[in-house]
Every structure is written in structure tokens, then in C-alpha cells.
Write a protein that binds this ligand. Sequence first.
Ligand code: ZN
Length: 180
Amino acid sequence: MITRKEFAEAKNQSVHMVRRAGILLNQHEIDEMDVADFGLNDLMVEGGQMFTLMNTDRVSAKVIALFPGQTLPEHWHTALGEDPGKQETIRVVMGQLYFCQEGPDTLKKATIPKAKHQCYTARNEMVMSPGDQITIEPGTRHWFQAGAEGAVLFSFASSARDALDPFTDPEIVRVTRVID
Ligand code: ZN
């Protein structure tokens, strides 16, 4: 959970970062944004700030802002009925992103959050700069971390049902609780 004050601060800061990245958000997108601490109560270490631009039955587009060193925890996109699972393209707009997915261990720049090694099993790292993008196939475990200046990225994907996606860390609760 996060406090209302933490939520407001994270919101302001991420709106500012997205603007600085040159992406215009409308008021609705700002009002409906998601500050996710994944139920881990350590937002600046493991979390993410998401703005949904659109999400239809078939396609979704989001802007994700990550604070310096903030990690979006390891997860994958599962099949659901006829749907083979979300296919997702991450494109960096601002800052550096340390992107990790399953594959040979090349982990170098990203730092796995303290005492969380078992929750970050995907160690094939790619250091991404603005303009770089990667497409993640359904079922592939992935996580990513912002560099020292934070990062702003686009996530283009088939329909997002993020609340249903599994995370490696069993402690994770996808829906953020905001308390007074
Ligand atoms: Zn994903």
C-alpha cells in the first residue's frame, strides 16, 4: 500500500517526467493513472507509474514512467482462453532502461532489489536508450529497471489484462491499495 501523499507525489513527479520526455497527456489520462507498488510497500525500489492511452479488446498503449533505479518486477503474460497472451513492445523515450528477459545471463547494469534474487530469474540484460525497442513474446519472464535519471517508455501491446498476469514474487498484489 501507499499513502495518499505518496500517491500524489509519485503522480506529480511522473507527469512532470512524461512532459519532459515530450509526450502530451490529457487530463483524463492523468486522472486515471496507476501508481503501482505491487503490494510490496517500497514504491521507489519496486514499482511503476502507468498512464493508459488506450486499451480496447485487442490493442493497448501505455506510457510508463520509472523513477531513478525503480524496478518493475518480473512477470510474464499468460494465455487466457483463446488469447495466447499479451504480446508487448517496450520503446524507450527518455533515460536508460535495463531490460531483462529469459536467456543467457548477461546481467551487468541492473541491480536486483535487495534479498529478492529468487524473484528475478530472468537475467538476459539489454541496456536500452531512447529510440530502442524490444518485443516480448507471451510467456517470457521479463522485468526492467530505470537508470540513474529515471526512464519514460511506451508499452504497445495486445489487450492488457495486467491484473491477471503472474509475477515471480509471490508477495506481489497487482492492485495498489491507497490509504489515508
Ligand atoms: Zn510485461
